[in-house]
Design a protein around this ligand. Structure first.
Ligand SMILES: [Zn+2]
Length: 324
């Protein structure tokens, strides 16, 4: 860990090429940070969880997945014989982020529990309600993770929103689609009609980086009419799975890739948006995933960004645009 990611002071970061203040983010922060977690899995034991573990293990044996065979084998045995509780992974995340006074957004999967791309838990399960209360008490945001089958249907988005509201007593305003499923402009139009303030789906799963070089939140337009679509897009910069599983990066390689993204976000005064899945925390096989997150957050913190939940960033961006 030889790279110190931020040698540029915040005051310098606030200046553009002409030496003028960008004043883009609250309190003159040099760039913004959006931390998020897609809650695909919560329970250590489950039918699809076991299928996924078996598939991962056989891929590991054939050299098609990245990971640790012994740790994977141990994890499979544990989940079947002595499953760990759901709480520790989330408490780990809250502890890591709150060290900097930061809070994040958790997108809960809504959908049919017993389908391939559905939820791995029911929103109404007592432990899931308890989890939601834990996050709400920690001042985190809860959004919807859904839309795999309904990614261009407003009715599906409305149903997801209502189910979360009914289960948790909060009205979600943010959404990220499962597997980043997306089509333009249908997804954003349907999400807007479904009542969402912002979308966090727009990103790349095969490599880290700023999709279409878009480094700021934006309000998209309908390509036919040119009319704005009533939703704020918070582009996704990078997710854990891409770094460690798709690309197979080690700890230092992943940090180098992340440092590059941090530099770009700083240079543009843009939005750095991270997705780290909850089920890879407090998990020995994925120890590096968590360690990289911890170290990268430390590096980001030296740059003193504005860190908000997705809802806070989207509201700020919208009010800023309206106010000029
Ligand atoms: Zn997902």
């Amino acid at each position: 860990m030889t790279v110190d990611a931020c040698d540029v002071t915040p005051s310098t970061c606030q200046l553009d090429a002409n030496g003028k203040s960008r004043n883009m983010w609250p309190n003159g922060a040099p760039f913004a940070l959006f931390l998020s977690h897609d809650v695909d899995q919560v329970y250590d034991r489950g039918f699809y969880r076991t299928l996924g573990d078996i598939n991962h293990f056989q891929r590991l044996l054939r050299g098609k997945d990245y990971g640790n065979k012994a740790a994977c084998w141990h994890r499979m045995g544990r989940s079947l014989l002595h499953p760990k509780g759901w709480r520790s992974q989330f408490e780990r995340i809250l502890k890591i982020e709150s060290a900097y006074g930061w809070r994040s957004t958790f997108f809960f999967l809504e959908g049919n529990r017993w389908s391939r791309y559905g939820a791995r838990y029911a929103l109404e399960d007592p432990p899931i309600r308890e989890l939601a209360a834990l996050l709400i008490n920690a001042d985190c945001e809860i959004g919807v993770h859904g839309g795999y089958h309904d990614f261009n249907r407003a009715a599906g988005y409305r149903r997801s929103s209502e189910r979360l509201e009914s289960a948790f007593g909060i009205k979600p305003v943010g959404i990220r689609n499962h597997f980043l499923k997306f089509s333009y402009p249908e997804t954003w139009q349907a999400q807007a009609e479904g009542g969402f303030l912002y979308d966090a789906t727009f990103g790349m799963s095969d490599r880290p980086g700023f999709r279409d070089e878009l480094m700021q939140p934006f309000i998209p337009e309908n390509p036919q009419s040119g009319a704005p679509i009533d939703i704020v897009v918070l582009p996704l910069t990078v997710m854990d799975f891409t770094l460690f599983q798709t690309l197979g990066l080690g700890q230092e390689e992943a940090l180098a890739a992340l440092d590059s993204l941090l530099e770009q976000a700083k240079d543009a005064g843009g939005l750095l948006s991270l997705l780290w899945h909850n089920n890879y925390f407090d998990e020995p096989e994925y120890r590096i995933w968590e360690e990289v997150y911890v170290e990268f957050l430390r590096r980001i913190s030296t740059c003193k960004p504005y860190c908000g939940t997705g809802a806070e960033i989207a509201r700020w961006w919208r009010s800023r645009k309206v106010g000029g």
